[in-house]
Design a protein around this ligand. Structure first.
Ligand code: ACO
Ligand code: ZN
Length: 509
């Protein structure tokens, strides 16, 4: 599995040569690739949309090697018209529509379950046929890639409140950011029909989002362009990263107001203020199943709290590009993490989980709201999902594909927990297999293998597969241990795995 460092895929243009030539602000059109300045550096960028504003024409650009969350509207002055632009190739682009972009995992996997990676023969034999040992820490025999690659490192500068500077997208051999699972369009479905543009009607587009999931792959304009520019949410201003199918009219507003408790949305401040005087909710509408000094978790049934859960999905879609669900929330439970103060329980993040996952997923979508990111809350959400799996006596894994940030966070969690465990085995001088690790941490053997591979912890020595902990990793692990970290105390979880009848897992009108 992931033996190679993550690679950065080009994100604009295709492999096919394009016609080049000079353009002017008036002739530059959607689909062109031009040199556009971003943070003072000229970069290749694809024009995804054009609009006329009071201050002149603006072009919505997706930059080569940058995650879509860093797409932006740029004025004419930032485009270098002295250089040739690459004109779109209509024939090729049409073909591309059907196939998805280069480097994506889309292809024709219209059913999410098919995208789940099952253990290959090799993976299973490593775990079962050979004994795996953890020798005492020795000199580092292999180079660790625990250190972030340039692509990952640059993500560290990224996206709190959209003020990111540069974030080339990370790739990896584990499925990342390809076709999504489910998607829906509760709100947009109620909207008036718009005329077809480029052969895509809005309704067809929405349907495509609903059934195909991936926003990234969708060729039509609507899904590729951030529609909401600013959200006021409690005391925070949020700057969305991606498109979310709120009613079209909200795209015209400078600010959208979301009630942080019921998640209702308003385009008008007066209407929102009126709502706030009436809204009595002070916590997510479910049972509190965990409380410690800093956070509480609530369990919410998508079927019982459809509106709230759909609103949560619409909100989270603004920060999740590759998959989400907005409409069909019935088959899911939502585990919502909050922080408390005198005003109530404030939403920090959540993960959704299928009531019954045929593939053994313990997380469908996971999100920390941007204002709380990089503070250790994502780790808490991930730990919580595994604590629930432990109570269920099951192995769990997040639904694939993972986003770039999802992969970084999971890898960190998996790596840290595996090393924690192995150090214990090592101190007791015990032998350990991949199955041991998998059972102890409720992780699937594939995820254990993936992590061992990514951290270069597996070696083949004298006919045996062995697990080693490179010294570099031990040093990093010791350093991490000195940091004060948020953790879930499993003793405080008050939860029994819920049992559902077949009918309550689906949505029946
Ligand atoms: N750059 C580099 N490393 C990162 C970054 C980043 N931007 N974000 C997380 N990490 C890694 C780090 O190793 C970090 O540990 P450290 O801070 O000690 O170095 C570790 O992940 C955990 O970080 P947390 O602070 O606990 O995670 P956070 O609260 O920021 O949440 C999450 C992570 C949920 C992925 C968040 O980034 C998010 O909501 N992103 C948008 C939505 C998304 O992509 N979700 C995952 C989709 S995959 C799926 O749904 C199954
Ligand atoms: Zn409200």
């Amino acid at each position: 599995m992931a033996q190679n460092p993550p690679k950065v895929e080009a994100t604009v243009g295709s492999e096919e040569p394009r016609q080049k030539g000079k353009a002017t602000p008036d002739t530059l059109k959607i689909g062109c690739i031009a040199m556009v300045t971003k943070d003072g550096v000229p970069r290749r960028a694809e024009i995804l949309s054009i609009k006329q504003t009071r201050s002149g024409r603006q072009f919505y650009c997706n930059f080569d090697n940058f995650n879509k969350r860093l797409d932006e509207w740029v004025p004419v002055a930032r485009i270098d018209f002295d250089q040739d632009v690459e004109w779109p190739n209509p024939e090729k682009d049409k073909l591309k529509e059907g196939k998805g972009k280069k480097g994506s995992t889309v292809s024709k996997k219209s059913h999410p379950k098919k995208s789940q990676k099952r253990p290959g023969k090799r993976e299973q034999s490593v775990a079962s046929a050979s004994e795996v040992t953890t020798p005492r820490p020795t000199a580092d025999t292999t180079e660790s890639n625990q250190k972030l690659t340039p692509a990952e490192e640059s993500q560290a500068q990224t996206p709190v409140n959209g003020e990111a500077v540069s974030t080339p997208a990370a790739g990896d051999e584990m499925e990342v950011d390809g076709q999504g699972a489910r998607a829906g369009a509760a709100v947009a479905a109620a909207e008036p029909k718009r005329p077809e543009t480029n052969g895509f009607s809005r309704q067809a587009e929405i349907e495509k989002l609903r059934t195909h999931g991936s926003m990234t792959q969708n060729p039509a304009e609507i899904s590729r362009i951030r529609n909401i520019s600013k959200v006021q949410f409690g005391k925070h201003d949020l700057f969305p990263w991606y498109f979310s199918p709120y009613p079209e009219a909200f795209g015209m507003e400078d600010v959208m107001y979301i009630c942080e408790f019921c998640l209702g949305y308003y385009g008008d401040f007066k209407a929102f203020s009126r709502h706030r005087t009436k809204c009595t909710l002070q916590h997510p509408p479910g049972n509190e199943i965990y409380r410690d000094e800093s956070v509480s978790f609530f369990e919410i049934d998508g079927r019982r709290q459809r509106t709230w859960c759909r609103n949560l999905c619409l909100l989270s879609k603004m920060f999740l590009d590759h998959k989400t669900l907005y409409y069909d929330v019935d088959p899911f439970l939502f585990y919502v993490m909050t922080v408390r103060d005198e005003k109530g329980f404030h939403l920090v993040g959540y993960f959704s989980k299928e009531k019954e996952s045929a593939d053994g997923y313990n997380v469908a979508c996971i999100l920390t709201l941007p204002q709380y990111q990089r503070k250790g809350y994502g780790r808490l959400l991930i730990q919580f999902s595994y604590e629930l799996s432990k109570i269920e006596g099951k192995l769990g894994s997040p639904e694939k594909p993972l986003s770039d940030l999802g992969l970084l966070s999971y890898r960190q969690y998996w790596g840290e927990n595996i090393i924690d465990l192995l150090v214990g085995f090592n101190e007791r001088d015990e032998k350990v297999t991949i199955e041991h690790i998998s059972t102890a941490l409720s992780m699937t053997p594939q995820d254990v293998e993936h992590t061992l591979g990514a951290l270069r912890m597996q070696i083949y020595h004298r006919g045996e597969h062995k697990i080693v902990i490179p010294e570099k990793l031990i040093l990093q692990w010791e350093k991490q241990k000195t940091k004060k970290r948020r953790v879930i105390d499993p003793e405080r979880i008050q939860w029994k795995p819920p049992v559902f009848t077949a009918s309550s897992r689906t949505w029946g009108w």
